[in-house]
Design a protein around this ligand. Structure first.
Ligand SMILES: Nc1ncnc2c1ncn2[C@@H]1O[C@H](COP(=O)(O)OP(=O)(O)OP(=O)(O)O)[C@@H](O)[C@H]1O
Ligand SMILES: [Mg+2]
Length: 243
């Protein structure tokens, strides 16, 4: 029996036939502006509302900006400050990445330092959910593809040991569904969700697909999504037939 963690995101749990397998690590891939950061923020927000604390590791954007953008996109999430105040939501900034990048040679070592800081935070805060946004930032500090793959594998193993359910965002350079090029991290992590943007400039269609979810069944349908004042709405047939 697989323990499931409800993402709390409308339509997504139905596509997942209940939720994300607990302690899994799930990549959310997409092109620029697909909504990866906002979707992963909502994962943490919904968890916090349900009493599960979550930590959002922002490797590239200032935490203040993450909060500001989330508030702007989701005006109905009126209790973000309160959840941050009570420690249910933690947003960790990663000037660390910059700091480590400046300080060390470009080997795999600095990656280990970043990951161990993250692990300490997860243990200290007893977080049940974690987000790493974006895992692609690690490429800045790991040039060698073999070291990169090995390092991502060790991140997956370490986070699994800590018992957190993790969402990691990943940049997809060609988000066109027919021309996808997968990267090593897409094979390493347990689950993968892709966010596509397609169509002509006049009407861009946004849709989401679960590519894999190890150890659990999931929808194979590509479902359109919208970002609304009250969070993401994913229009999956599973969600519609269950209403
Ligand atoms: N209030 C809003 N209502 C609807 N859509 C919004 C709103 N605010 C932002 N967006 C959409 O969300 C996108 C930004 O989302 P987000 O920052 O999560 O993208 P991302 O995939 O993380 O991008 P990047 O790869 O650049 O980090 C914007 O490009 C815009 O399309
Ligand atoms: Mg982002």
């Amino acid at each position: 029996m697989v323990n499931l963690v409800k993402s709390g995101i409308e339509g997504l749990d139905a596509m997942l036939f209940g939720g994300l397998p607990k302690e899994n690590q799930v990549m959310i891939g997409g092109g620029p502006g697909a909504g990866k950061t906002l979707l992963s923020f909502e994962f943490i927000y919904r968890g916090a509302k349900a009493g599960e604390s979550g930590v959002f590791f922002s490797l590239e954007e200032d935490p203040k900006k993450i909060i500001q953008n989330a508030k702007a996109a989701f005006p109905k999430f009126t209790d973000i400050d309160e959840l941050i105040g009570t420690g249910k939501i933690m947003i960790e900034g990663k000037d660390l990445l910059q700091e480590v990048f400046n300080k060390y040679e470009q080997t795999g070592l600095e990656f280990g330092k970043i990951v161990s800081e993250m692990e300490e935070t997860i243990v200290k805060t007893r977080a049940a959910r974690a987000v790493v946004d974006s895992s692609s930032a690690f490429e800045l500090v790991i040039k060698d593809p073999v070291v990169y793959r090995r390092s991502m594998w060790s991140l997956a193993a370490n986070f699994r040991r800590l018992g957190v359910t993790t969402v990691l965002t990943s940049e997809i350079h060609n988000p066109d569904r027919n021309k996808l090029v997968f990267r090593p991290e897409h094979f390493i992590f347990d689950g993968m969700i892709l966010m596509y943007q397609s169509g002509e400039a006049a009407r861009r269609i946004q849709a989401l697909e679960i590519i894999k979810m190890r150890g659990y069944k999931h929808s194979f349908v590509t479902a359109p999504y919208e970002i609304t004042a009250d969070g993401f709405k994913i229009f999956s047939p599973e969600a519609i037939t269950r209403q």
